[in-house]
Unconditional design. Structure first.
Length: 274
């Protein structure tokens, strides 16, 4: 797989006001570009995304959307910048491509709404099989993981404009962090990076710096991730799907507190608690 150099941020001239005082300076803003995902020469989706870790994004999206069953079905991935954006050109197994053509849909602009472009209710509401995750964590371990993830959000620290998704391994270590302007994209990038490294999705937790929307739970369950902790709130459909797919779902995971919305059995009590 090849990947040309891409920028993570750009600098712009701004007027900065503080206490009614004006200063002229330069500011960092997150780069945002249209990214076209192509399978065997056919464009399938155009997303607004941060233009890096796109190989991870392409693989993670393909897996979490059920386009591919495993990373071995992605034969090649080329990144092709154009004047209008970036083309991610994938070559996938012929059987998977045939199935994709049968259910093609337009997903343009999906950074805001997880169901944009779905043509039928059956396409929109896809319920993965229940997970069989062995992940068990104390609340304290999750809080420490959130803190560690924040420390590795380098683009967020420079721009204040990106989400992150992190993988917390069974030992409580933050193994991977991926950032993007879109919360779905960040999780897809994390999934792709994990699949490339051969990580076991059933033995850790995904931490996200966003609300837990339906699609975030759907993506986690599709890959067998049984523990999802979000810094913000879930939606009702996300809670329902988490219940049905056996995903432990935490919301408002911040300031040493959390709310468990589904399957609390994977959240262990500390030794000093009864």
């Amino acid at each position: 797989m090849t990947s040309p150099e891409r920028t993570a941020l750009v600098q712009v001239s701004v007027e900065k006001w503080r206490n009614d005082q004006l200063s002229l300076c330069r500011d960092n803003v997150a780069e945002e570009v249209p990214v076209a995902l192509e399978y065997n020469g056919i464009s399938h989706a155009v997303m607004l995304a941060s233009p890096y870790d796109l190989e991870d994004f392409a693989l993670g999206f393909s897996l979490s959307e059920g386009i591919l069953a495993g990373p071995s079905e992605l034969f090649d991935c080329e990144i092709a910048p154009t004047k209008d954006g970036i083309q991610v050109q994938m070559r996938i197994a012929s059987g998977r491509f045939a199935a994709l053509k049968d259910k093609r849909r337009n997903l343009t602009g999906r950074t805001g709404c997880g169901l944009c472009g779905a043509e039928t209710l059956q396409q929109a509401i896809r319920c993965p099989a229940p997970v069989t995750s062995s992940a068990l964590f104390t609340a304290e371990a999750i809080y420490a993981g959130m803190d560690a993830m924040h420390g590795r959000q380098h683009l967020q620290q420079q721009t204040g404009a990106t989400h992150a998704a992190a993988w917390m391994a069974a030992d409580g270590r933050i193994a991977l962090v991926r950032e993007d302007i879109g919360r779905h994209n960040a999780l897809d990038k994390l999934i792709g990076a994990m699949a490339t490294k051969g990580e076991d999705f059933s033995k850790g937790a995904a931490l996200i710096t966003s609300r837990a929307s339906y699609e975030m739970v759907q993506k986690a369950a599709t890959l067998g991730i049984g523990f999802l902790a979000a810094i913000s709130a879930p939606t009702s459909l996300a809670v329902k799907l988490a219940e049905e797919t056996q995903v432990t779902l935490l919301g408002f995971t911040r300031n040493q507190s959390h709310v468990v919305y589904a399957h609390p059995q994977r959240v262990l009590r500390a030794a000093n608690q009864t």
